[in-house]
Design a protein around this ligand. Structure first.
Ligand SMILES: Cc1cc2nc3c(=O)[nH]c(=O)nc-3n(C[C@H](O)[C@H](O)[C@H](O)COP(=O)(O)OP(=O)(O)OC[C@H]3O[C@@H](n4cnc5c(N)ncnc54)[C@H](O)[C@@H]3O)c2cc1C
Length: 501
């Protein structure tokens, strides 16, 4: 029976994250989730950082002079054993609460970032942190320096341009844009940082209409490994500008500020969610793949398969326009899906209202995740089969195409221009279950590949993805390595899945 009651509102059920991440906006349908049980801290598997610069680099050697660095910063520098360190070091994924950086610097200016890089390059691993949502805890390096840019959080919208500090969270970005009547396509989680999101691409509920977040980037301010502050744009450091649009966070320097081209905020956005009967997933997915490919870019949708027996299926999304225009489009899906939705929610909101509708809880989570991409319709029955019996695991299949497919595959570093959808595999995990869950996620990823889904999305970064470099970057991988070597010749920003590793 159709219902206009919004029984699947975010923030009230388990797995908030899911709807979030898959831009995941499992549509509102999605099970929102409170945090799973906090995981006991687990040490990262990240490689130990260098204690001194490789010989012949000309970089200073020996341990950094932390007191000297602290005296140069307008922000703070926290070392183990000092007040606030234990909270300051934590990122979003609780599985990495065991990562103990040698220091956490909270920077509040470009000069602060330069001082951090100059004092530590080659001596310890350096990682920037914006929203701290790296799935693999890469923004909190074991034994390394965290350069936390959260205080660089301005959102200044003038005319069609938005100048956004690298530490701004999506909730502040949306609020600032909405005040100015402007829009930027971005992700769904309120506390994801603009830096990590943009540098890996940026998939969201407006992506089919307006493209990826990185497609709107017109310039970025970057502190490189040698401590210089550069402007990257089409006319200045064009290689770096190319790499910053999809090449992944952490690889080329520390971004301090982004300038984006924005669009007028749409007057009306109609959000929707459809719950289908348990066991109908294969038919719905088969129809959904054909349907999303044929839809106008104004319509974005995802499909969420929740593992268990039987597998649950729901479709959610967002339409740029009023409810009247959406009805026929949804009917095109439901008449071919082989099952009628048992619950249907449709509501029309303004830009900020819609962005808030898709946001979930900002509570930290404890999880293992990975991804694959769908470029041509996959065997729906096989995909549903891999989720069968996997209680607690979700497959979030987010529609791409439309404006995402506009630029050529090598026009920016984001490789998956021809993708029909991304598939995120997400599973809650604790310290105790981590090994088992990692194995299960790996099995599902392999099952997806066998069903026809290859590739992967660097923002759903997965240390266990076997073919990760090709999966994230395809034929752009070599050029990305060349850019990284040009701007960071001694790999001072190295991490487990850095493009030079
Ligand atoms: C709950 C949740 C919801 C999500 N929803 C979406 C979504 O809707 N759409 C989507 O596309 N993705 C989504 N993601 C994935 C998200 O885009 C990535 O996890 C992203 O990398 C997070 O960015 P961050 O700044 O918050 O994380 P961080 O952990 O701070 O950074 C991620 C990476 O970027 C590097 N980095 C951070 N700041 C800088 C900087 N200033 N300069 C250079 N490198 C930097 C870090 O070192 C790290 O390697 C979601 C993730 C989570 C956990």
């Amino acid at each position: 029976m159709d219902s206009e009651h919004d029984q699947g509102r975010p923030g009230v059920r388990r797995r908030t994250f899911l709807r979030i991440a898959g831009v995941s906006a499992a549509g509102a349908v999605a099970a929102a989730c409170g945090p799973e049980k906090p995981a006991a801290p687990v040490a990262s598997t990240a490689p130990a950082p260098p204690t001194s610069a490789p010989s012949g680099t000309g970089l200073p050697t020996g341990p950094p002079n932390w007191d000297d660095l602290r005296s140069k910063l307008t922000g703070s520098l926290l070392r183990p054993g000092t007040d606030g360190y234990d909270t300051a070091r934590h990122g979003f994924n609780q599985l990495f609460d065991g990562n103990n950086p040698v220091a956490v610097a909270t920077v509040s200016s470009v000069a602060d970032v330069q001082a951090c890089v100059r004092a530590t390059a080659g001596r310890v691993t350096i990682a920037a942190r914006s929203g701290g949502h790296s799935y693999a805890g890469y923004s909190v390096p074991v034994g390394g320096l965290v350069i936390d840019v959260a205080a660089l959080n301005k959102v200044d919208v003038q005319g069609g341009k938005a100048v956004i500090g690298a530490g701004a969270k999506l909730k502040d970005v949306y609020a600032g844009l909405a005040r100015a009547g402007r829009a930027l396509p971005a992700g769904s989680c309120p506390t994801v940082g603009i830096a990590g999101l943009t540098l890996g691409g940026g998939i969201g509920v407006l992506a089919r209409k307006y493209g990826l977040t990185c497609d709107h980037l017109s310039s970025a301010q970057v502190v490189t490994a040698d401590g210089r502050a550069l402007t990257a744009s089409a006319n200045s450091e064009p290689d770096l500008f190319w790499a910053l649009r999809g090449g992944g966070g952490g690889n080329f320097g520390v971004v301090t500020e982004f300038t984006f081209d924005t669009d007028p905020a749409p007057q009306e956005l109609t959000v929707f969610s459809l719950h289908f009967p348990a066991g109908s997933g294969a038919g719905v997915l088969a129809a959904w793949q054909q349907w999303i490919a044929a839809m106008p870019p104004e319509l974005w949708a995802n499909l969420v398969l929740s593992g268990g027996s039987p597998v649950q299926c729901r479709v959610g999304g967002c339409y740029v326009g009023g409810a009247a225009g959406l009805t026929t489009l949804l009917n095109n899906l439901t008449t071919n899906a082989g099952a009628r939705p048992t619950q249907r929610v449709v509501k029309t909101l303004d830009y900020l209202g819609a962005m808030k509708y898709f946001e979930g809880s900002s509570n930290r989570q404890s999880f293992v995740a990975s991804s694959r991409m769908i470029t041509a319709p996959v065997d729906a029955a096989k995909v549903v089969a891999v989720a069968d019996g996997r209680q607690g695991m979700d497959l979030l299949i987010d529609g791409l195409g439309g404006a995402v497919a506009g630029p050529a595959k090598d026009a920016t570093a984001f490789w998956h221009r021809d993708a029909l959808a991304s598939v995120q595999v997400y599973a809650p995990a604790t310290a105790k279950t981590r090994t088992k869950v990692t194995q299960a996620v790996g099995d599902v990823v392999a099952g997806l590949a066998a069903a026809g889904a290859g590739g992967g999305y660097v923002n759903y970064i997965d240390p266990a993805l076997p073919d990760w470099k090709t999966a994230y970057y395809g034929d752009n991988a070599k050029r990305l390595q060349d850019v990284a070597k040009k701007y960071d010749p001694y790999n001072v920003f190295r991490f487990g899945q850095g493009v030079v590793s």
